[in-house]
Design a protein around this ligand. Structure first.
Ligand SMILES: *Cc1c(COP(=O)(O)O)cnc(C)c1O
Length: 358
C-alpha cells in the first residue's frame, strides 16, 4: 500500500533526494567509495557543501554579509548558542509554545530575558500581535512556525531590534526577508533533510560583540571562519540537504513551493472546516501551512483519537496523531508532501465522517 507520511519530524523528503542519497551510500559519483566513508576534506565532499551553501543563499535570497552554516546539535543547541553569542544585557522572546519555552529557558542562563508577548493564555493557539517591542533589546527571538500547536507567522514581523528566529519547521516554505534577521536557525529534519544537521544563517557583523568568553566550538565565528569545517561536519545529512535543495530549485524554488504549500493547506483546512467531526485548533489567521492541527468537534469529543488515527493508518496515512499538549490530530504537510497525499487524507476524513457521524 502507498504510504503517505504526515509525520512532524523527522519527516517526508523528496523522493529524488532519498533515491540519490541511497545511490551515494553505495557509490558516490562513481568514485568507488560510499558517501559514508569519505573524508570531509576531499573535493568530493567540499563540492557538496559548497553547493548546499550556494543553493541555500540562492533559493532564500540571502543578502551579502551573511554566512550559512551546517552544524551539529540540533535546534536545541541553538537555544543556548544564540544567547551565548548575542545576549549581552537583555533579549526579548515571543512565547508561542514548547520550542519557544525551551529557547527562553536557555537564554535566561546568559542575561535578562523579557517575554515581550505570549499566547500561553489560550494554549498557544495564536500568534500574539499588536504589542510594543522595546528598542533596548539585544535581539527579539521568534519561532516562525510552531510545529506542535500549528501556528505560523504569515509575514516577517517589523521590529526596531534585529530578529532571531527558529525556523526549524518552515524554512524554505515561503520567502523570507532575511535582512530583518540577525540570525535564523533550525534543525534540518522538518523541511530540509534528515536528522543530524542544523542550519544557521548569521549576519557576520553581529558576532564578537558580547563580553563573555565563548568556548571555541560554541562560537559562531569558529564555524564561519572554518566554513562549517571547524570540526567534522555531518557529512551524510549535508549530502541529503544538498539533494533536497536541488529538488527545490528544480520545481521552481521558494515561490513555486509556497504556491503548492498554500494549495495543500487550503485543501486540508477546507475539509477540517467542512467536516462535522473535526475542528481546527489554531486561530484561522495564524494557521500553519506546515502543520495542520485539529481535534474532534464537540459532539464527538468523547471518541477515542485512535479511532481516526487507526482508520487513517489502515489507508496508508502515517503520523496523524497530534501532540499530547494539543490532543487530536496533526497533519504535517511540509514542502516535499505531494498534493495527492493531502487529497488522500481529505478523502479519508470524508470517509470517516460517512462511517462515524451521528
Ligand atoms: C523540532 C523543533 C525543534 C527541535 O529541534 P532539534 O533539532 O530536535 O533540537 C526546535 N524548534 C522547532 C520549531 C521545532 O519544530
Amino acid at each position: 500500500m502507498k504510504k503517505h507520511n504526515f509525520s512532524a519530524g523527522p519527516s517526508i523528503l523528496p523522493r529524488t533526494a532519498v533515491e540519490n542519497a541511497a545511490q551515494a551510500v553505495l557509490d558516490l559519483n562513481g568514485i568507488g567509495l560510499s558517501v559514508l566513508e569519505i573524508s570531509h576534506r576531499t573535493p568530493d565532499f567540499e563540492e557538496v557543501l559548497d553547493e548546499a551553501v550556494a543553493l541555500f543563499k540562492e533559493l532564500l535570497h540571502i543578502p551579502e554579509g551573511y554566512s550559512v552554516l551546517f552544524l551539529g546539535g540540533g535546534a536545541s543547541m541553538q537555544f543556548c548558542m544564540v544567547p551565548f553569542n548575542l545576549l549581552e544585557r537583555k533579549a526579548g522572546y515571543i512565547h508561542t509554545g514548547v520550542w519557544a519555552k525551551k529557547a527562553i529557558k536557555e537564554a535566561r542562563l546568559f542575561g535578562e530575558v523579557e517575554i515581550v508577548a505570549s499566547s500561553e493564555d489560550r494554549n498557544f493557539s495564536y500568534i500574539p500581535k499588536g504589542f510594543e517591542i522595546p528598542a533596548d533589546l539585544d535581539y527579539l527571538h521568534i519561532t516562525t512556525n510552531n510545529t506542535i500547536f500549528g501556528t505560523e507567522y504569515q509575514t516577517d514581523p517589523d521590529s526596531p531590534v534585529m530578529l532571531v528566529a527558529d525556523m526549524s519547521s518552515d524554512i524554505l516554505s515561503r520567502p523570507v526577508e532575511v535582512s530583518k534577521y540577525g540570525l535564523i536557525y533550525g534543525g534540518a529534519q522538518k523541511n530540509l533533510g534528515p536528522a543530524g544537521v542544523t542550519f544557521v544563517i548569521v549576519r557576520n557583523d553581529i558576532l564578537g560583540r558580547v563580553s563573555r568568553t565563548i568556548p571555541t566550538i560554541l562560537d559562531y565565528r569558529s564555524h564561519v571562519e572554518g566554513g562549517s569545517m571547524f570540526n567534522t561536519p555531518p557529512v551524510f545529512p549535508i549530502y541529503v540537504v544538498r539533494e533536497t535543495l536541488r529538488w527545490l530549485k528544480s520545481i521552481g524554488g521558494v515561490p513555486a513551493v509556497q504556491r503548492l504549500n498554500e494549495e495543500k493547506a487550503t485543501l486540508l483546512y477546507n475539509e477540517i472546516d467542512r467536516n462535522s467531526m473535526f475542528v481546527g485548533t489554531a486561530a484561522r489567521e495564524d494557521r500553519s501551512l506546515m502543520n495542520a492541527c485539529f481535534v474532534y468537534s464537540d459532539r464527538y469529543k468523547e471518541m477515542d483519537i485512535f479511532e481516526f488515527v487507526n482508520f487513517a493508518k489502515e489507508r496508508g496515512m502515517i503520523g496523524v496523531k497530534g501532540h499530547r499538549l494539543v490532543g487530536g490530530f496533526r497533519a504535517s504537510i511540509y514542502n516535499a508532501m505531494p498534493k495527492e497525499s493531502v487529497q488522500a487524507l481529505v478523502e479519508c476524513m470524508q470517509e470517516f465522517e460517512k462511517q462515524y457521524a451521528r
